[in-house]
Design a protein around this ligand. Structure first.
Ligand code: SAM
Length: 234
């Protein structure tokens, strides 16, 4: 059996570093699934307006298809120190590198790239091939009593994020009307402290960078807070 993508996902995440570990953690991240023909037809989504969220089933296309898999992985949630079985993890490196994410959908739009489904809060890389979309059905899919092993929810209090005057000035110039919501997006992405768990072994490293859209965001850790020092464009 051969699966063909039904579309391609567009997200602010142009690099793996900084992508949240699961969907719904960065609600300021908006994007879309650009549908390919013959799936780019409104009738294929008839009835979806009654659902607020969808399951997106996708391919971990970057590195994971060629890298192969191992029976155990070291999840970032455990600081990269402990190993668990691949089937006890949500690691992208798996025998069939397929991901599932429940995300909010904001309906269909017609754009210059044809029909797209707008989505919010994704944890996928820009350019991710989408294999399927299904409605999220709370009575069957939401299991609040379920045990979640080592995958405890992240601290929602987050880390304080500040901006240098230079970074804020650059962001205002790039997004004068605030329509792109760049400040809020950067705040939410950095508030999760996207450094890999093992970084506590390198306390001397305080300066980092991450990509969002066409931007390179330079930031540093200062007294337990994060400061965005510079915002650069390619
Ligand atoms: N929610 C999905 C799941 O449980 O199957 C994905 C969880 S996985 C832990 C999320 C991570 O996958 C992201 O932080 C990013 O590093 C990586 N990722 C996202 N999109 C990817 C892609 N297209 N190719 C490779 N890695 C990707």
């Amino acid at each position: 059996m051969r699966f063909e993508p039904i579309g391609i996902l567009r997200s602010p995440y142009t690099d793996k570093f900084g992508i949240p570990r699961q969907p719904g953690l960065v609600t300021a991240a908006e994007g879309r699934i650009e549908l390919f023909p013959p799936y780019a037809r409104r009738e294929a989504f008839k009835g979806l307006e009654g659902f607020s969220h969808v399951w997106v089933i996708f391919l971990f296309h970057q590195d994971c298809v060629t890298a192969g898999w191992r029976p155990t992985v070291r999840p970032p949630r455990l600081g990269g120190r402990e190993s668990v079985g691949v089937f006890a993890s949500r690691a992208p490196y798996r025998p069939n590198p397929i991901g599932i994410s429940a995300v909010e959908h904001l309906g269909l739009i017609d754009g210059k790239r044809g029909l797209s489904l707008r989505i919010r809060g994704m944890d996928m890389l820009d350019g991710t091939p989408v294999l399927d979309i299904k409605p999220y059905v709370p009575y069957a899919d939401a299991l609040p009593q379920a045990a979640s092993g080592f995958a405890t929810p992240p601290e929602m209090t987050g880390v304080d994020v500040e901006f240098s005057a230079a970074a804020m000035q650059r962001l205002r110039a790039l997004d004068p009307a605030g329509e792109r919501g760049l400040v809020e997006l950067i705040k939410q992405v950095l508030a999760q402290d996207p450094r890999p768990g093992y970084m506590d072994r390198y306390p001397q490293r305080t300066d980092f960078g991450l990509s969002l859209y066409e931007l390179n965001i330079r930031w540093r850790l200062k007294d337990g807070r994060i400061e965005v020092t510079r915002v650069e464009t390619d």
